[in-house]
Design a protein around this ligand. Structure first.
Ligand SMILES: Nc1nc2c(ncn2[C@@H]2O[C@H](COP(=O)(O)OP(=O)(O)OP(=O)(O)O)[C@@H](O)[C@H]2O)c(=O)[nH]1
Ligand SMILES: [Mg+2]
Length: 437
């Protein structure tokens, strides 16, 4: 646990953070390790410090109390002696379980979905992102509004954003008063209307981009894999926040990049996670829809993660659900600097021979990646040899915008160029094409 604490939070945040106990169940010895470790990372990303872990071996959760009765008493004692402010459950709890656990533990409790929702609420910066998160929070809350009062108190109050009040209180504002489901539904449909409005706006921007006719390369992958770091490496700047926290990026960023003499667009998107809560999936479907426009997908994998194979699989499942599994995809094995020359590195290479080892932060392997990107992005371009008269040089600019220029030679009465361009441009250039000899 110490290792995770050390990387996750800065000292200032550490001092202010709430102390959390993590709780899960597991069917086999050691089986829950990956999941509990991820829960610890989620806790840190939300601003809580995990101080203890309790995993009970059992086949299925207890319908009334999630853990068995005796274990709940043990948890209560642990909570008191460790002076923890919050208990985090590695599951989606039912309203009944929540009610009983609140009675027993007498402290704030959150389940995995609420924790993820809380991180999203903290990290959403765009108007659309904030609206989507609020909608997802309300969708999660609505079916849970049955009888038990505390559910409301757990999510209501913070009014969005900020750190006041601690983990799990950045719920939608006002809900405390709106104790009736009808009011919630009305609020949800208002939110949907607002989201529609923002999306219409974005569609306009999108068309503007399409007019530029540049190929779009989209970075996707598990949260914390290094997508934003790779975007920065490709752009050659530090524009996008890359941070060792889950769901650092929520809003899509698109940057123009020049790769091997060609202009293209690269987009960074929200990361994937195992068992993404259903409500968040539909909320972020919209943000991820732009993947359908991608010409090339770069699947960024943290090859140094102990569960890299599982993370790869989770991401591939997401890509399939989004209907983009058939697009040309480049698998990059990122953070290679951490495992180069190790047995694990060898194993990953053997398991994923299609993967390209790189390090986004150490700038290793990027040239090979450039070549792969250019190859994939320009597979659909048509090669032409042209002779352009000096009074038609504006066509060069057009070729640059809708393809790439391979070489140019300035002759006495014309410029001889070899280009690769979008098929739509071929007709306009027809009269300048030189027959290949
Ligand atoms: N050692 C090493 N660390 C890396 C590399 N690439 C990224 N990182 C680190 O991994 C962490 C996560 O990187 P991000 O770029 O924020 O990851 P992301 O995929 O954008 O994550 P989300 O936005 O949360 O989905 C940061 O602390 C990066 O500095 C790499 O090649 N090597
Ligand atoms: Mg990111």
């Amino acid at each position: 646990m110490h290792e995770i604490i050390a990387v996750g939070l800065e000292r200032r945040e550490l001092l202010a953070a709430e102390k959390a106990i993590l709780v899960g169940i597991s069917r086999l010895e050691g089986e829950g390790l990956r999941s509990m470790r991820e829960l610890a990372q989620l806790a840190l990303s939300a601003g809580a410090v995990p101080i203890d872990v309790m995993v009970q071996m059992r086949r299925a959760p207890d319908p009334a109390t999630y853990l068995g009765k005796g274990k709940v008493q043990e948890l209560r004692a642990l909570r008191l002696s460790a002076d923890a402010e919050i208990v985090l459950f590695d599951a989606e709890l039912t309203p009944v379980q929540v009610g009983n656990l609140l009675d027993e533990l007498d402290c704030k409790i959150l389940d995995r979905t609420e924790l993820i929702l809380d991180i999203f609420a903290q990290h959403a910066t765009s108007r659309e992102g904030q609206l989507q998160v609020e909608l997802a929070q309300l969708s999660y809350l609505l079916p849970r509004l049955v009888g038990k009062g505390p559910m409301m108190d757990r999510i209501a109050g913070g009014g969005g954003g900020g750190t006041a009040g601690g983990v799990g209180v950045r719920g939608p504002g006002e809900t405390k008063l709106e104790t009736d489901r009808r009011a919630l539904r009305a609020k949800m449909s208002r939110l949907k209307g607002q989201i529609e409005e923002v999306r219409r706006q974005r569609a306009v921007e999108h068309r503007a981009r399409e007019r530029a006719g540049l190929p779009l390369v989209s970075l996707v992958g598990y949260t914390n894999a290094g997508k934003s770091a790779l975007l920065n490496a490709l752009v050659g700047s530090e524009e996008v926040r890359a941070h060792d926290r889950l769901f650092e990026t929520l809003d899509t960023t698109i940057r123009r990049v020049e790769i091997q003499g060609a202009q293209l667009l690269v987009s960074d998107t929200v990361g994937f996670i195992h068992n993404l809560p259903k409500d968040l999936f539909s909320a972020f479907m919209a943000t991820l829809e732009q993947l359908q426009q991608a010409d090339v997908i770069i699947h960024v994998l943290d090859a140094s993660a102990p569960w890299a194979g599982t993370e790869r699989q989770a991401s591939e499942e997401m890509l399939a659900r989004l209907g983009v599994a058939d697009k040309p995809t480049i698998l990059v094995l990122n953070k290679w600097d951490k495992i180069a020359g190790t047995a694990r590195g060898e194993r990953i290479l053997a398991e994923m021979p299609d993967g390209l080892p790189i390090s986004a932060t150490q700038q290793v392997g990027l040239e090979k990646l450039h070549a792969r990107i250019a190859e994939a992005a320009y597979a659909r371009l048509v090669p032409l040899s042209l002779q352009l008269p000096y009074d038609r040089l504006e066509l060069l600019q057009l070729c640059r915008e809708h393809g790439r220029i391979l070489d140019t030679e300035y002759e006495e009465d014309h410029v001889a160029v070899n280009v690769e361009v979008n098929s739509e441009l071929v007709a306009r250039l027809k009269s300048f094409v030189v027959a290949p000899n």
